[in-house]
Ligand binder design. Sequence first.
Ligand code: PMP
Length: 458
Amino acid sequence: KYQSLPYSRALEIHKQHLSPVETAFFQKPLMLHQGHMEWLFDSEGNRYLDFFSGIVTVSVGHCHPKVTAVAQKQMDRLWHTSSVFFHPPMHEYAEKLSALLPEPLKVIFLVNSGSEANDLAMVMARAYSNHTDIISFRGAYHGCSPYTLGLTNVGLYKMDLPCGTGCQPTMCPDVFRGPWGGSYCRDSPVQTVRKCSCAPDCCQAKEQYIEQFKETLNTSVAKSIAGFFAEPIQGVNGVVQYPKKFLKEAFALVRERGGVCIADEVQTGFGRLGSHFWGFQTHDVLPDIVTMAKGIGNGFPMAAVVTTPEIAKSLAKCLHHFSTFGGSPLACVVGSAVLEVIKEEDLQKNSQEVGTYMLLKFAELRNEFDIVGDVRGKGLMIGIEMVQDKMSRHPLPKTEVNQIHEDCKDMGLLVGRGGSFSQTFRITPPMCITKPEVDFAFEVFRSALIQHLERRTK
Ligand code: PMP
């Protein structure tokens, strides 16, 4: 037990001095004290299997020994310089990261958060295209800064204040909750287990969603657009996948109108999806700008925007872009160590193998429980969407989902939440996860569902 700060005191401090906006999970939020790889420990000494990674951020494991050692060594040498000076960690990192991206995505801007990366990508798209309007999906999450809030379309985060002007939402080609389903359709209450493909294979639905996309392009003020942002799989919206080839066609339509295409890899990058290092590769597209954060630093605050030399040059005409902490020596050595660990420990392959194993295992729950509407995802990014029943697909009420969530925690498993109704469980563990741990998580989750149904019938 760690008694440095009693829980009751933490609660008082929280109420008095920390943001009143409700973000904490659970009726009695956990007070975490320590982490080791895929495990977390609270201040009472209880152990939890971390299947959310601090919102898809701890990519290679909490306090990974190599990453920690590298950071500690750099702390004794040089913390900070600002990018007005050269320093080896920044140059070495830029070379390593750019080697992981295809031509011509070779110019890197180092920043501090996903929102800041997307802010910068918005500026780049506008500076390069000389257009203003930017399109993003409904349900998209691209950040919380006033600029990116224009792109973010998850209701919970939409402020009733002027934010991010010139942004245009378009229908999300969500094959589960959207109006069209294709082979993955509404008529069948028990769906076949979907193999770990890049995205659902429902061509018919894709055509309909593309027509909607064209309508946004043709009828809105966005006739000549600056850019189109997309997450390869939507994270905050509850691991939402698009029909196969949708992004490929959408990218072509955007480019026809002079816009650039931006892949937001904040959640999907760095091997999490298993089959590919970047999410955009699973859609067989080449973006003009790629933004990344979260897993890039395994929890250290850092982020990056990668683009082509041509787009990067266009930025110079409108501003002297600068970030005090972006590309700090400390961030860069951490970033380099994360890349090395992903390679040395073959974590992308682990995401593929263990992720596919997990998807197929959790998909069994869809056949067993009427309240499990969908199990989807790719690699170690999996969503379990809870419904009242399979036929209606109405979201399971939040209070019920909260209880299942709470029960999982009490049995030692931490999972995430997402979706407009908070109805989807998100499973995004550190990439070092093992199959026996997946088996444990499966048993816990299944027990929580059984417990829930028993409670209902009482
Ligand atoms: N893009 C995506 C896809 C995200 O999930 C998030 C964070 N949830 C962001 C951008 C914003 O990142 P940050 O919180 O670091 O600003």
